[in-house]
Ligand binder design. Structure first.
Ligand code: MN
Length: 250
């Protein structure tokens, strides 16, 4: 069973004795970039860990999978990565029996930064579950054939936000969930794979777990065009269901 954690950018997947927590887009080390802009956010990664702990306790989760963008720096590994990542993942290993990562576009060189007990999966994603199968991936590149054809994809990457404007003209942007249908056969073909029998799949795009990270407004023009899956024309974005973290449908 796959369900949204109320009020959080997190999913719980339960099957028999295993309870998996799925989160995406931690962007650890974002504090450094914010500090350059004059915002001092102390111990933001500790706050992220606290939120993870609360969810893990509530659901007795024994496995965690981070769907990419564990760190914020792109290209070279920065000193803040060395300050935060090893410690952060050691702490997760104390809480969960299994700690896993599907790398995102910010995760070059991740292997050297995190403990060897953390499992790093291929960046085109993986399948979780046996009776109920869910394909999980970051979303910056094409998911594997298996992930697309299992008919249920969970990904992050987009950091979608919904822009709201009050009657005084003040604007605010809130992180959103996106649930949409996709054509399995057509998406397989767009990705360069064969197969599929025209069945309808379900795509879930997670909000970023780090809520300081920016994101594009889903209700702006071309707002959905982000990453190969959503830009493929095989996802019914017009008919998508969009929810704020508090469950409000927009
Ligand atoms: Mn990201």
């Amino acid at each position: 069973m796959l369900k949204v954690v109320p009020g959080e950018a997190a999913l719980i997947f339960k099957e028999q004795e295993e309870c998996t927590l799925l989160i995406s887009d931690l962007h650890l080390g974002l504090e450094k970039e914010m500090a350059k802009k004059g915002f001092r956010i102390t111990s933001y990664s500790t706050k992220i860990l606290d939120r993870i702990n609360v969810i893990a306790e509530r659901y007795r989760a024994n496995r965690i999978i981070v769907l990419g963008d564990v760190k914020h720096s792109i290209g070279k590994v920065e000193d803040i990565d060395w300050n935060v990542l090893p410690w952060f993942f050691e702490t997760l290993l104390d809480v969960f029996a299994s700690v896993e990562v599907v790398p995102g576009n910010h995760d070059g060189g991740i292997r050297s930064l995190i403990p060897s007990r953390v499992k790093v999966h291929p960046s085109d994603g993986m399948i979780i579950g046996t009776d109920e199968r869910v394909g999980v991936t970051h979303g910056h590149s094409w998911p594997s054939r298996e992930v697309i054809s299992c008919g249920r994809i969970v990904m992050g990457h987009s950091h979608f936000r919904y822009e709201m404007r009050d009657r005084f003209g003040a604007r605010s942007k809130e992180a959103v969930w996106l649930f949409a249908k996709y054509d399995v056969e057509k998406l397989l073909s767009k990705a360069g794979y064969e197969g599929g029998t025209g069945e309808v799949g379900e795509l879930m795009v997670m909000p970023p777990f780090n809520n300081l990270v920016g994101g594009q407004a889903i209700n702006a023009k071309g707002g959905f065009d982000f990453g190969p899956v959503l830009s493929s024309g095989t996802v019914d974005v017009a008919g998508a269901d969009i929810f704020l973290l508090d469950g409000t449908r927009v």
